[in-house]
Design a protein around this ligand. Structure first.
Ligand SMILES: CC(C)(COP(=O)(O)OP(=O)(O)OC[C@H]1O[C@@H](n2cnc3c(N)ncnc32)[C@H](O[C@H]2O[C@H](COP(=O)(O)OP(=O)(O)OP(=O)(O)O)[C@@H](O)[C@H]2O)[C@@H]1O)[C@@H](O)C(=O)NCCC(=O)NCCS
Ligand SMILES: Nc1ncnc2[nH]cnc12
Length: 277
């Protein structure tokens, strides 16, 4: 019998692998402020690391189907956007069945779904085409009063939809440059990833934080993340002290930066893809 060779996997298979790997790497990364990681549940009573892993794995068929839809339609347009919306909603149901109703990866389905489809179309224009897809209006999308919609109404915050429509500036202008800079400084891979997460947190209007802890929580997240980077980043002793303080502060405010975590996964996905090109 012939052994399966890795390069015989289809493009859609490989993109789905990369998306799930990015989610698992994000979940495992420790110590993340107030988020689920290898140490514990952060500011969450209904999440744990095993659930994050199970949720990530449950999304593999969805990411593959999104990549296949992109290959089939072949261009950015309403037919592809609406196919992705339908596949995303089905993926969300699969996630909820796996987690027994807990929302683990709604934001990641949105961000990584768009990026996976976009990578299948043209890997070198990944954020541009993801933004073009996000700008199209899916006529079949329900309009629930989600947490994101509620804080948009209350604070006028730009949430997950706008972040994608702008081409993921938190990833391209904050996370990825910081990841590369910290690697160049020999911070070590885990510290470089933590620094990338912190860089994303410095400016993001994370609607999870706003919903749970209002503008006080958002400012604590943004200023605290900047303070860690100013202290030298997670690889330094001063940076670690500052990161520990940020963790305690966000826990006290019950402020979990779940949106920033999803965007770190997006950052790791693009980084992996760049390495494979
Ligand atoms: C278009 C959608 C993005 C809908 O977005 P909307 O603004 O309506 O918001 P939400 O439903 O609240 O979900 C958006 C999730 O995106 C993450 N996020 C938050 N801020 C940002 C940001 N600035 N930029 C990017 N991403 C952001 C975040 O996801 C994480 O948080 C989740 C937990 O959040 P929450 O439910 O609020 O949980 P808790 O506070 O913990 O709840 P309680 O315990 O208190 O009950 C977690 O899952 C992380 O993933 C936001 O939650 C899009 O979602 C959409 O339309 N989906 C429908 C399907 C579809 O069309 N898919 C298309 C696929 S291409
Ligand atoms: N590690 C994490 N902890 C809590 N919420 C999240 N949403 C996405 N990743 C998360």
């Amino acid at each position: 019998m012939r052994a399966l060779k890795l390069h015989e996997l289809s493009l859609a298979d490989r993109l789905a692998d990369m998306a799930v790997d990015a989610l698992i790497d994000e979940a495992d990364l420790s110590p993340k402020p107030a988020l689920v990681d290898r140490r514990g549940n952060g500011a969450h009573h209904d999440l744990h690391l095993g659930l994050m892993h199970a949720s990530a794995l449950s999304l593999w068929p969805m990411f593959k189907a999104m990549a296949e839809a992109a290959i089939e339609f072949g261009e950015v347009g309403l037919p592809l956007r609406e196919a992705l919306g339908r596949i995303g909603r089905e993926g969300e149901q699969a996630m909820l069945v796996t987690t027994n109703g807990v929302n683990t990866h709604r934001g990641a389905i949105w961000a990584l779904g768009l990026l996976t489809a976009s990578a299948a179309l043209e890997p070198r224009a990944i954020t541009l085409n993801a933004a073009r897809l996000a700008l199209l209006n899916d006529r079949y999308a329900p309009q629930p009063m989600s947490h994101g919609a509620q804080v948009a109404q209350r604070y006028g915050a730009r949430g997950a939809r706008e972040e994608a429509q702008l081409g993921f500036p938190a990833v391209t202008q904050r996370g990825l440059p910081q990841l590369h800079q910290s690697r160049r400084r020999n911070a070590g891979e885990q510290n470089a990833r933590l620094d990338a997460l912190l860089a994303i947190m410095t400016e993001l209007a994370d609607t999870c934080v706003l919903y749970r802890a209002g503008t006080e929580g958002l400012q604590a997240m943004q200023h605290g993340a900047q303070a860690v980077l100013n202290a030298g980043g997670s690889a330094t002793l001063a940076g670690r002290r500052s990161l520990h303080a940020l963790d305690n502060q966000l826990l006290a405010l019950n402020a979990s930066p779940g949106g920033a975590a999803d965007l770190l996964a997006a950052c790791l996905f693009i980084d992996r893809l760049d390495g494979a090109l």
